[in-house]
Design a protein around this ligand. Structure first.
Ligand SMILES: NC(=O)c1ccc[n+]([C@@H]2O[C@H](COP(=O)([O-])OP(=O)(O)OC[C@H]3O[C@@H](n4cnc5c(N)ncnc54)[C@H](O)[C@@H]3O)[C@@H](O)[C@H]2O)c1
Ligand SMILES: [Zn+2]
Ligand SMILES: [Zn+2]
Length: 368
């Protein structure tokens, strides 16, 4: 079958993949559509170290082709969005509603594929840049059949990561102010999560000025061109300490929430520097391993500032995915707007180039 395989020499389209049959608690999914997330590109460029050969893609939706003998929640023909979390359901994290902290959900590397006859690994437990993939039952979340796969797939990473960071991790309150650094596939969903949460001021910042229109369409009240402006000064101008002063002691002024959706330590530092007293920065972007951020601890300790990490929108997929579908149906969650281009998997390189150009929200591959 066809797919995108990551090897020592990069990512390549191949038709020399095979996938094994599902185990007792697994399902075989025929992938219909898959969004390209920056994390896939980070595997290719080495930012996220991963085994080779492996099958890329982790934001996908499709149709259940076959189920293992112990699977009770799904049947062939069901439409599903694939979650990357193969959580165990039994540990303390799972039992308290935090599957993103389940030890079984991190790594989850196995080799359900073969590439040219030799074992090939999965990526993020999902590997959706392939005609078929095998995932654990818990990872396949059933959705209604009338949701197009090209939008449903986005829920599997970019949407849940962005909206979940706002609603699950930050729990932003109505009227709060926020700054979103990097409005790509994830950041745009932080923006719309903030709109849904009722944030009063949503400042989108991106180094590509062409992102402004879409950011505003999804809910941004302000846009800052990070390639030209002093981002920290600009945010403090937009949300000043008082009507007469932009700043104050210990960095007063700025926003209640900031989100780094880029994955660079300098950006995270800016995200901390734009916080008002009591504000919290949420680290979503993934920089290379070992990346560090420096901060004056007094600016945290004296005035209740915080720094939070957020994996996969701190999601509970079986609760959150249906909720996100419902918000889409109600017109609250804009998904069609996020699909900038749809191309067959053969045009993977074209989608990657468009992403690197920075002007698209999400590129989606149609697979089967
Ligand atoms: N924590 C998680 O669970 C999780 C999940 C998904 C993605 N991620 C990570 O989130 C990050 C974003 O992913 P994405 O798919 O949205 O990427 P993307 O490529 O779609 O978007 C990144 C955006 O950041 C902008 N940008 C780049 N440098 C910038 C800078 N210095 N200042 C402001 N804007 C800048 C780009 O123009 C682009 O709009 C990546 O690091 C990815 O690995 C993390
Ligand atoms: Zn992702
Ligand atoms: Zn668990």
């Amino acid at each position: 079958m066809r797919g995108i395989v990551f090897t020592q020499s990069g990512a390549e389209l191949t038709d020399e993949l095979e996938v094994r049959a599902p185990g007792p608690a697994e399902v075989l999914v025929r992938v219909a559509a898959a969004g390209v997330c920056h994390s896939d590109l980070s595997v290719i460029d080495g930012t996220i170290p991963w085994k080779v050969p492996s099958v890329l893609g982790h934001e996908g939706a499709g149709v259940v082709e076959a189920v293992g003998s112990e699977v009770g929640s799904l049947k062939p023909g069901d439409h599903v969005v694939i979650a990357t979390l193969a959580s165990c359901g039994l540990c303390r994290a799972c039992a308290t509603g935090h599957p993103t902290r389940c030890p079984s959900s991190l790594g989850n590397v196995s080799a359900p594929f073969t590439f040219r006859g030799a074992p090939a690994f999965n990526f993020a437990g999902s590997s959706v840049f392939a005609e078929m993939t095998v995932v654990k039952e818990v990872q396949a979340v059933r959705i209604d059949e009338d949701v197009p796969f090209t939008v449903a797939c986005l829920i599997g990473c970019g949407v849940v990561t962005g909206v979940g960071a706002v609603l699950n991790r930050a729990r932003v309150s109505q009227g709060d102010t926020a700054a979103v650094f990097g409005v790509g596939g994830v950041g745009l969903n932080v923006v719309q999560g903030l709109r849904i949460a009722g944030a009063s001021r949503i400042i989108a910042l991106d180094s590509v000025p062409a992102k402004e229109d879409l950011a505003r369409r999804l809910g941004a009240t302000d846009f800052v061109d990070a390639s030209r402006e002093d981002v920290v000064a600009r945010v403090r101008e937009i949300v000043p300490h008082s009507p007469t002063r932009t700043g104050g002691a210990l960095g007063a002024g700025g926003v209640a929430w900031s989100f780094d959706c880029v994955g660079h330590p300098d950006v995270l530092r800016s995200a901390i520097d734009v916080l008002d007293w009591g504000g919290n920065a949420v680290a979503i972007g993934i920089p290379p391993r070992g990346s560090e951020v420096r901060v004056d601890v007094n600016h945290l300790a004296y005035v209740d500032r915080g720094l939070l990490g957020c994996r996969y929108g701190s999601a509970r997929p079986h609760h959150d995915f249906p909720l996100l579908v419902e918000l889409y149906r109600e017109g609250e969650l804009l998904l069609d707007e996020l699909v900038s281009l749809v191309r067959p998997i053969d045009d993977f390189a074209e989608v990657v180039a468009a992403m690197k150009g920075g002007e698209i929200a999400r590129g989606v591959l149609t697979v089967a």
